[in-house]
Design a protein around this ligand. Structure first.
Ligand code: AMP
Length: 221
């Protein structure tokens, strides 16, 4: 299978905030029967639980800044060692810095990465998308203003409360986009140089984009 020398499917989804990363990552993981591991979702869960770690994480997140690499490595390495990753995994939101990419390389030394998918969406499109984004506090489902669940504030899937993320405010969004351009975008070249990158046009309906993403992964498997 592709560049992996074992039977695991190991996928990474890249894209600036609002590129549809969460939505596409969740569908793709489901289609391949592997867990969707979103570091942002893991951190938001810690914030909801109100642990000391969650409180510290919230300060970084609200400022649109990245948590330190060593903290993220601890979180991700523990998650990747759980039994539900036996068939592989999909990472969403990690790696985000050169240090994290090196850490990940160490973690997957036994089989490598199957494919990194880069969802390409222009910056003006993502700013619009983020400002209308709403999320269920309980199950993480993403909605957009205009969806009944976003407008009523009640999740159609689980009945949880649908809110705007604290870090989806305009200032935090600008900070996050700048962080992405400075720290995360350069990683794409690193994956490309290893023949592991698929650039996918992320503009269009979720179904249209999912078809493109699926084709890119199938080509590799
Ligand atoms: P996301 O939902 O992926 O946009 O992540 C939300 C926030 O969580 C980011 O703005 C960071 O503050 C933090 N975060 C998520 N993933 C990482 C990571 N790999 N490294 C550092 N901070 C992260």
């Amino acid at each position: 299978m592709g560049s992996s020398n074992d039977s695991q499917v190991r996928l990474i989804v890249f894209g600036r905030q609002g590129a549809g990363k969460g939505t596409q990552a969740s569908r793709l993981a489901q289609n391949h029967g592997i867990p969707h591991i979103s570091t942002g979702d893991m951190l938001r869960e810690a914030v909801r639980e109100g642990t000391d770690f969650g409180k510290r994480a919230k300060e970084y997140m609200d400022a649109g800044q990245l948590l330190p690499d060593d903290v993220m490595l601890g979180l991700v390495s523990e998650r990747l060692s759980r039994p539900d990753t036996s068939r592989g995994w999909l990472l969403d939101g990690f790696p985000r810095t050169a240090g994290q990419a090196e850490d990940l390389q160490g973690l997957v030394a036994d089989g490598g990465i199957t494919l990194a998918i880069n969802l390409e969406v222009p910056e003006d499109v993502v700013v619009d998308r983020i400002s209308s984004r709403r999320v269920c506090e309980s199950c993480g489902t993403i909605y957009s203003v205009g969806d009944p669940s976003a407008d009523s504030g009640k999740c159609a899937k689980c009945g949880g409360t649908v809110v705007q993320r604290d870090d989806d405010t305009e200032d935090a969004v600008r900070a996050r986009l700048a962080t992405y351009n400075e720290q995360t975008a350069p990683l794409l070249g690193w994956f490309e140089a290893q023949g592991l990158l698929a650039n996918v046009d992320g503009v269009g309906s979720p179904d249209e984009v999912a078809t493109r993403v699926g084709a890119a992964v199938d080509e590799r498997l």
